[in-house]
Design a protein around this ligand. Structure first.
Ligand SMILES: Cc1ncc(COP(=O)(O)O)c(C=O)c1O
Length: 407
């Protein structure tokens, strides 16, 4: 399985050439063109000398684990192919795959933080990430301060002697705030902090935070990276120095991806560039249409000049993705009626696949809260998050138009 040339795409190649070829090697077992699904839980050693050579290599290279495998919880060749491809796409030295995006986040934070440490998190982010930091990490003596996205003064003011990690999504969820990466990298470096960017909404096609100096990039590969709404996975990308202890802890905590899922992810990644071009185009068209519609109160999309981070987004991003958040004029019920009148998107809590999805956060992710509690978290009842899929933008817009006409 191992090839003398595991990375067939030169790093200078354009995005889709890398997406198709990187990390796969030219010579594969059985002359197969595609990377095989290596469906095994264990890997064997020829004799004791072979085992000793493996153990010695592992001991001598603490920051760069051996390429051959030992046991399925520590790695698998199909998984390694995806990790190599992702590392190259994001411009990192290496990548690690996890069973979900949340597993990538929790394993990384549990590795980087110890009791007595402190971390800073930007507020507008995936609710489960915030819950993990504020209700789980705090139980183990980690201090957590949440600062509003875009408030760099508050971010710097929150830094104390025990602060070790700055964590932010970019773009954020659901208001698609874009982190001023050079500014945050400068703050982080001045205070000796690790900057982790959850880049799920951008993918390496639209944004590469490592190039700006971020230490680690996290993805929910469940979304655009796999691209077909049919698997769960997560990834962390960065240097081996930072990833080696995270890999060790992945082996302890066990959040790995099975080889078949890895294969589906590898297949999805080959079309990432093509799909993101379409998501970017569709997102821009839908956002522009919504902003011009009298029944829409406000649209949040970083590609629109009305977005507070439009200038930063234009500087840092190639495109702005397929998620468009907006508020419909009306209330909780009329917004639900609008969502119910849509015929193309499915009501579902994700994004990044071929099928458009729509959610009203007040009814989905923030259901158990009162209107006041939601507002305290910045979520209005009339907010809709529309995840544009790969359909034709004209059909999506016609569908939105007929649904808006009904409210
Ligand atoms: C920005 C972001 N990060 C992380 C996650 C968690 O990913 P997963 O559902 O793969 O655990 C999500 C899920 O929606 C997300 O939107």
């Amino acid at each position: 399985m191992q090839s003398s040339d595991p990375t067939t795409a030169p790093t200078a190649a354009n995005f889709s050439t890398q997406a198709v070829h990187a990390g796969e090697g030219r010579d594969k077992p059985f002359h197969s063109l595609t990377i095989p699904i290596v469906q095994t839980a264990v890997f064997t050693f020829r004799d004791t000398a072979d085992m000793v050579a493996y153990q010695t290599e592992a001991l001598d290279n603490k920051h760069r684990p051996p390429e051959r495998e030992e046991y399925g919880r520590y790695g698998n060749p199909t998984q390694q192919a995806v990790e190599r491809k992702l590392a190259q796409l994001d411009g990192g030295e290496a990548a690690l795959l996890f069973s979900t995006g949340m597993c990538a986040i929790t394993t990384t934070l549990l590795t980087l933080l110890s009791p007595g440490d402190h971390m800073i998190l930007t507020g507008d982010c995936y609710r489960r990430t915030r819950q993990f930091c504020q209700t789980f990490l705090t139980r183990f003596g980690v201090g957590v301060t949440v600062v509003p996205p875009g408030d760099y003064t508050a971010m710097e003011a929150a830094i104390c002697r025990s602060t070790k990690v700055l964590f932010s999504e970019s773009p954020t969820n659901p208001y698609l705030r874009v982190l001023d990466l050079p500014r945050v990298v400068e703050i982080g470096k001045r205070h000796g902090l690790r900057l982790i960017v959850d880049s799920t909404f951008a993918t390496p096609f639209n944004q590469r935070p490592l190039q700006f100096g971020a230490d680690l990039v996290i993805h929910s590969a469940t979304k655009y990276l796999s691209g077909h709404n049919d698997l769960l996975a997560g990834a962390v990308v960065g240097s081996w120095e930072l990833l080696a202890p995270i890999k060790h802890n992945r082996g302890l905590m066990g959040g790995i991806v099975d080889p078949h899922t890895c294969y589906l992810l590898l297949r999805g990644l080959k079309t990432l560039g093509l799909r993101m071009e379409r998501h970017n185009q569709n997102g821009m068209k839908v956002a522009t249409f919504l902003e011009g519609h009298p029944k829409v109160q406000r649209v949040y999309y970083p590609g629109l000049p009305s977005h507070p981070d439009h200038a930063i987004a234009k500087e840092q991003m190639r495109g702005f993705g397929g998620v468009v958040s907006f508020e419909v004029r009306g209330d909780l019920d009329s917004t639900s009626a609008f969502v119910d009148a849509l015929r193309i998107p499915f009501i579902a809590p994700s994004f990044g696949g071929a099928e458009s999805l729509v959610e009203q956060p007040a009814i989905q992710s923030y259901f158990e809260l009162t209107t006041e509690q939601r507002l305290a978290q910045g979520i209005r009842n009339e907010l809709v998050r529309y995840a544009v899929g790969l359909e034709d933008a004209e059909d999506l817009i016609a569908d939105l138009e007929q649904a808006l006409a009904k409210v």
